[in-house]
Write a protein that binds this ligand. Structure first.
Ligand SMILES: [Fe+2]
Length: 291
């Protein structure tokens, strides 16, 4: 069956049909799926039945896998899989509950941040717990030339613990099993604020409210003002895509030019159980690097 790619929103997002991810993809099929991801930034593949091994094998078509820093939430026997779940066995959660309610790009706090993430919805509360993405290449393109020039010259500082520090007492993830030591052991890193997206050559903002705390070249007041501007600008509705989960959806996204968040409009009585794999990325290249 020929693989079909159907766009889902103006800014980003496409559905890929005609693939069975439980079986090894032929090289031309893998290339079609990769190209759909590079071009649309988020791809949805519905109605898949995957064991952990099959999800890992599929994820590797994008590159080697990253082992998530939240070691307590890795799947037993399959540490390449991060479990996201509000389900409990006794008092213990089966995975990270209500994770990622704030805008973020996965592992931007690492020196080699994630290229992509693959999220498999094994059990989802249909109609609840949507995920939203924004296209940060579109957000960059919409800036005035003067603002682009400013951003091109800046270096963002990224800290994992910023999310914990900022949202403790506010967001449910941080009262549902998170603890400070998970965050403080990850050292801060610096990345260009504007990076070139290697597969398309497009420039993209590489910023997210969860982990970006300031800029090397700006003082604190200037940095705070720019962070506030970016938070408003980057989340404009025309840059967004919102996915309504169904059972057994696989969603893959390119972290290098997007950020995302979970909509927490569900509760412990609406079970959600997902497996995530994460693909290692390259060290980000700045705006002025050659494509
Ligand atoms: Fe995430």
């Amino acid at each position: 069956m020929a693989i079909q790619v159907h766009r889902l929103a103006t800014a980003l997002g496409a559905e890929v049909r005609g693939v069975d991810l439980s079986r090894p993809l032929a090289e031309d099929a893998a290339e079609t799926v990769r190209r759909a991801l590079w071009n649309h930034a988020v791809i949805v593949i519905r109605d898949q039945r995957l064991t952990p091994e099959q999800q890992i094998a599929f994820s590797r078509i994008f590159g080697p896998l990253e082992r998530h820093v939240l070691a307590d939430n890795l799947l037993a026997g399959h540490p390449d899989i991060l479990v996201l779940s509000n389900k409990k066995a006794g008092e213990k959660r089966l995975g990270r509950a209500y994770a990622g309610e704030y805008w973020h790009s996965d592992s931007s706090y690492l020196a080699r941040p994630a290229l992509g993430s693959v999220l498999y919805g094994i059990e989802v509360p249909v109609g609840f717990g949507d995920t939203q993405w924004v296209n940060l290449a579109a957000a960059y393109a919409a800036l005035s030339p003067a603002m682009q020039l400013l951003c091109d010259g800046l270096t963002g500082l990224h800290e994992f613990q910023n999310a914990y520090r900022s949202y403790l007492g506010v967001l449910r993830e941080f009262s549902a099993g998170a603890y400070e030591g998970e965050y403080t052991r990850v050292v801060p890193v610096a990345h260009p604020l504007v990076r070139r997206h290697l597969p398309t050559g497009r420039k993209s903002l590489y910023y997210n409210p969860g982990f970006t705390v300031g800029f090397e070249e700006l003082n604190a007041a200037e940095g705070d003002a720019l962070l506030r501007f970016l938070a408003d600008h980057c989340t404009r509705p025309e840059f967004t895509f919102r996915h309504h989960w169904q059972q057994r959806d696989v969603v893959v996204w390119d972290n290098r030019r997007t950020m995302h968040r979970l909509v927490v409009d569900f509760d412990d009585d609406q079970p959600r159980y997902m497996h995530r794999t994460t693909v290692v990325g390259e060290v980000p290249e700045g705006a002025n690097a050659t494509a």
